[in-house]
Ligand binder design. Structure first.
Ligand code: TNX
Length: 485
């Protein structure tokens, strides 16, 4: 029998904050290995045992005194997502201040396993914690709806890279994808047949399905951020309820990708009754701290109406216990103290985001030319758009969120997010093709200390993920920039 290959301790994405290999201390996992865990660590311990069982075929029971130990340690001052992973010739210890941290450590541990067969874990110690608290990606369910089973599968994949927020773009001109009590036509009409781009993306989440998805994401330590896009991007809502237009006249359903033509009516009271009903309902269904109210590309709302609308709507998430996130256009108005602009611009322009940062607001960085996963990789990419340019794997990796916008430095950043818009996508396989491997670049930007990041190292580590994606049935783009193994 030939010796199994041992991974290097740092062959992980995102790269941990501190990696100290000790090649003399590799751990050969024996056939009678067991996993021990203190009470609060048992859920993660069971997952670890499942993964190890799948790779080795060993029984891997949980028992006291096992060579693989999971423990919660008493470091309340550390990031809840921090963990330490110590591998010696005698066994493995995974410790963290919270279950979230153990879960992060489990993702690291998983990447150190081979796909199948005997396991020899590389000796040494990892001490890890995230650079930013918010590391997200966005799925656009409005332009094309994806079924809950597909979204769950997607959640499983992104969690492996320590992505901890999933922003769901639930409404837009082409469709409305979340059932709202009291406004049934939103989903009956605008979530039904013929909705989405080219009419090819029908469907919606019932309130129950949404709650189940949110709970599933929470089990993967992912917070769902629901977005209701206002006051533009509302044609689907107006098709369902013509009273939401200024003249009250019915509008036609639209399945083309145009933006900027629809607007709620800032001068009608029913507008605010509708918006408050929606925000109250979505807040009640969402345990996470955030509610995204859109605010982008309101090109057919006058500046004055935008201000009127936003000053009435921005306090609503707070009234129902949530922090408002909005695309950075909302920074043109005075924001509630906890509101978070999400910056997407290609060129630094004066959108008021730097002013908001100076006033203490946190910002999420999503520059379109680096983090938009719906941009083509290169000219030959069959899917995607190119209005923000081509986004190769290197371009998605080789940028720095704290240097992106003057006045918005490290201390102003809540984190980074990679949005995926669905105009050209038709299936989970399409989603995966655009997202993988570029989301891994964004995941590393969000997690790894700035000084430790390096494209050459990332590119080499990424090569090993080809077979891992294949083994998990995940579609990905085999970019020629990577020497895939
Ligand atoms: C811009 S940037 C949009 C979306 C489109 C996307 C396509 C921003 C906040 N909005 O409405 O789907 O471009 O790439």
């Amino acid at each position: 029998m030939h010796a199994p290959t041992v991974k290097h301790l740092g062959d992980v994405i995102p790269l941990p904050a501190s990696v100290r290999p000790d090649p003399a201390a590799d751990f050969r996992v024996p056939a009678d290995v067991s996993v021990s865990a203190t009470a609060a660590a048992t859920a993660v311990a069971d997952e670890l045992a499942d993964l190890l069982r799948e790779v080795t075929g060993f029984p891997v029971p949980r028992s006291a005194g096992g060579a693989i130990r999971l423990e919660l340690d008493d470091h309340p001052d550390r990031s809840p997502e921090s963990y330490r992973l110590a591998i010696t010739a005698d066994g493995v210890t995974l410790g963290a201040p919270t279950e979230q941290g153990l879960f992060a450590g489990l993702q690291t541990f998983r990447q150190l396993l081979p796909l199948k067969g005997e396991v020899v874990l590389p000796g040494g110690r990892i001490d890890d914690e995230p650079r930013f608290a918010y590391r997200g990606t966005m799925l656009d369910l409005a332009r094309h709806f994806y079924r809950p089973a597909d979204i769950r599968s997607y959640i499983d994949t992104i969690a492996q890279f320590k992505i901890n927020h999933l922003h769901l773009h639930l409404t837009d001109d082409q469709g409305w994808r979340l059932e709202i009590d009291g406004w049934p036509r939103l989903t009956e009409v605008s979530g039904g047949e013929g909705t989405g781009i080219d009419g090819a993306g029908p469907g919606f989440l019932t309130a129950h399905e949404y709650s189940e998805l949110v709970a599933y994401a929470a089990s993967r330590h992912i917070t769902v951020v629901p977005e209701i896009d206002l006051p533009g991007h509302v044609n689907a809502a107006q098709v369902a309820y013509p009273e939401l237009t200024c003249d009250g006249e019915p509008v036609q359903p639209r399945t083309d990708p145009e933006v900027g033509y629809s607007s709620l009516c800032a001068s009608k009271e029913v507008t605010y009754e509708f918006v408050e009903d929606v925000i109250r309902t979505v807040a009640a269904l969402t345990p996470g701290p955030y509610l995204h109210i859109g605010g982008d590309e309101a090109l057919s709302t006058t500046a004055e109406d935008y201000r009127t609308f936003m000053s009435r709507v921005l306090p609503m998430p707070g009234k129902y216990g949530k922090r408002a996130i909005g695309w950075h256009e909302m920074a043109a108005v005075d924001l509630p103290a906890t509101a978070i602009p999400q910056y997407w611009r290609i060129e630094p322009t004066d959108d008021g985001v730097a002013r908001a940062a100076a006033a203490g607001h946190q910002v999420i960085m999503s520059p379109a030319d680096r983090s938009y996963l719906d941009m083509k990789y290169d000219e030959s990419t069959p899917l995607g758009l190119d209005w923000a340019g081509l986004v190769s794997v290197e371009r998605s990796y080789d940028w720095e969120p704290a240097d992106r916008l003057p006045g918005v430095g490290e201390e102003s950043l809540l984190g980074v997010e990679a949005p995926l818009w669905s105009e050209t996508l038709r299936s989970l396989a399409d989603v995966e093709f655009m997202v993988f491997p570029r989301l891994l670049a964004i995941a590393e930007i969000g997690w790894t200390p700035r000084a430790a990041r390096d494209w050459t190292s990332f590119r080499e580590r990424l090569a090993a993920f080809g077979p891992r994606f294949e083994a998990q049935g995940i579609n990905y783009h085999r970019s020629a920039e990577i020497d895939w193994s």
